[in-house]
Design a protein. Structure first.
Length: 253
């Protein structure tokens, strides 16, 4: 039976959350199951497209509809795992985890968070470039610059809707709350942000990791302070939307 919170302060602090919630070994099993649920279906989709002649090696090096489709399939299967199992793992309802109607206060955190996130990512990228001469450009930024036609719409919907929705459930709903069960809030913020940044790593993408970690800190703080996972989703979506507009319309990095 899933327990519900009796406090309006969400997320609950580690000392006030259910003692049986986010047990460390069940959390690790859940993480492993979730990774398998995301990557195995995506791999099968890519393999099937390749066998069918609809995917070529060059398509794996660009923002192609095949890659987006495979990622969406992985997200869909991941959601099938997250929605029924995460409340049982946390011993808290989805409402207590932050999936509840937005309040005006939540919206203020979301919009303010998007501004702070944009500034934090830009400042971290500029500092990194000045000190280490490491450009913060993501591989994905280069991909977006190359998209044309109907792929633009598909790419925008993926980056500004699907990715923020799934990643916030994963990194704030699960990872941050699981860490918050055992460590102080500041440590949970930093650790979840590091995992968020590292999850976006791929070859040639090293310069984007530190700025994304800075962005992950802001997203965790928006969630922690508002108690609304929808607030962090909106912050994430607004940040991605600003970035996509800058790339596609103004041709900025």
């Amino acid at each position: 039976m899933v327990k519900t919170s009796t406090s309006d302060r969400l997320p609950l602090s580690p000392t006030r959350s259910p003692k049986v919630g986010f047990i460390w070994w069940t959390s690790l099993l859940f993480a492993a199951l979730l990774l398998l649920a995301i990557f195995i279906p995506s791999t099968f989709v890519l393999a099937g497209l390749m066998v069918g002649g609809l995917l070529h090696t060059r398509d794996l090096q660009t923002l192609s509809w095949q890659l987006i489709l495979a990622q969406l399939v992985g997200y869909a299967v991941g959601l099938v795992v997250i929605f029924p199992l995460l409340p049982a793992l946390a011993q808290r309802s989805w409402h207590a985890l932050g999936l509840r109607p937005l309040r005006l206060r939540d919206l203020a955190y979301a919009v303010g968070g998007a501004v702070v996130m944009f500034l934090a990512v830009a400042a971290t990228g500029a500092l990194q470039d000045a000190v280490f001469h490491l450009k913060p450009d993501e591989v994905q930024v280069q991909w977006f610059r190359a998209v044309r036609g109907s792929l633009v719409v598909m790419s925008v919907l993926f980056a500004c809707v699907a990715a923020p929705f799934f990643e916030e459930l994963l990194f704030r709903g699960f990872v941050f709350n699981a860490l918050l069960r055992y460590v102080p809030a500041w440590a949970a913020v930093v650790m979840s942000a590091i995992l968020f940044g590292l999850s976006h790593w791929q070859r040639g993408n090293a310069g984007a990791i530190a700025p994304l970690i800075a962005g992950g800190v802001v997203l965790a703080l928006v969630y922690y302070r508002s108690g609304s996972i929808f607030a962090s989703m909106i912050t994430h979506a607004l940040f991605n939307s600003i970035s996509v507009i800058a790339i596609l319309v103004f041709h900025l990095s």
